[in-house]
Design a protein around this ligand. Structure first.
Ligand code: SAM
Length: 278
């Protein structure tokens, strides 16, 4: 049960933690704290928890956290982190069919996951699998429970990641998989969620301190930290890497990174969309 979506997470799991950091954890805590029960008594689900990066930060604040992850490799990395934490429960499973009873969770988060909920057969722009995932979330949340989805807006995809400009065709391909924020909010409303809001962290990046590494894309482990690279053809990838090599050789990379950072600084890389079960 490992092939899902477009990235090979079995392979990526080996280096994932060196390329990604959990950003916006203070936003998540604020969202969960806005529901009726005290955080220390809450039961929260991390849907598509990957290697458990978010759980690691939240575990001392939240009563009990369940993590659901499809990919064995990612899940195993996570399990190794929590062998001594009786309040953390990781399970292999699919967000489209949650293995939990109804009205069980105070809160649910899904960080950088929903762009994987796109079926190859569905060419419509209806995001049917995302709607199915939201329905499942609605079922397992308690009344007044909160769902928080952390995903990128279309603008964030193109201007929030400096290398997006190097692989424009791959970005176009990935952008089709990211539901526009308006689609997310209207699907939430259709399913019965009550509107919460949107929050953008602009002072943090998903790649942490490695983000502005001028030679980063030349390194496969660095590229593995963002699934967009896996959508570039060999020729597109080679062309992008050639540009990176040239800019590093002639020194223009510094100016290029500054120009790209000027855009990202205003819009951030990701948006937290939250809504309540009525
Ligand atoms: C970019 S990673 C994010 C991991 C983690 N949430 C984080 O932010 O570090 C996306 C994860 O979603 C998982 N995933 C994708 N579709 C899923 C599904 N239908 N059910 C459960 N997990 C899924 C992938 O296996 C992968 O581990």
């Amino acid at each position: 049960m490992n092939k899902l979506g477009f990235e090979n997470y079995q392979e990526t799991s080996k280096s994932y933690d060196t390329t990604r950091v959990p950003i916006g954890t203070e936003i998540l805590l604020g969202c969960f704290a806005s529901t009726p029960r005290p955080l220390s008594e809450q039961i929260v689900l991390d849907g598509g928890c990957g290697t458990g990066n978010y759980i690691e930060v939240l575990k001392s604040k939240v009563g009990t956290i369940y993590g659901l992850e499809f990919n064995e490799g990612m899940l195993r990395q996570g399990q190794q982190k929590f062998t001594r934490d009786a309040n953390i429960h990781l399970t292999q499973g699919n967000l489209l069919n949650l293995p939990y009873e109804k009205n069980y969770f105070d809160g649910m988060m899904s960080n950088q996951v929903i762009h994987h909920l796109v079926s190859e057969e569905d060419n419509s722009d209806k995001f049917l699998l995302l709607a199915q995932m939201m329905q499942e979330a609605y079922r397992v949340l308690r009344p007044q429970g909160i769902l928080v989805l952390n995903s990128c807006s279309q603008k964030q995809l193109f201007d929030g990641f400096w290398w997006a400009d190097l692989i424009p065709q791959a970005m176009q391909r990935v952008a089709k998989r990211f539901p526009p924020l308006e689609t997310i909010t209207s699907l939430l409303a259709e399913i019965g969620f009550q509107e919460g809001g949107q929050i953008v962290p602009v002072d943090a990046v998903l790649q942490g301190n490695n983000y502005l590494e001028p030679e980063g894309p030349l390194n496969k482990a660095y590229r593995d930290g963002d699934s967009t690279w896996s959508l570039a053809t060999e020729a597109e990838l080679e062309q992008a890497l050639e540009r990176v090599r040239n800019m590093n050789a002639d020194g223009s990379i510094k100016q290029y990174l500054e120009k790209r950072e000027n855009l990202r600084r205003h819009i951030g890389q990701t948006t937290f969309i939250y809504a309540y079960k009525g």
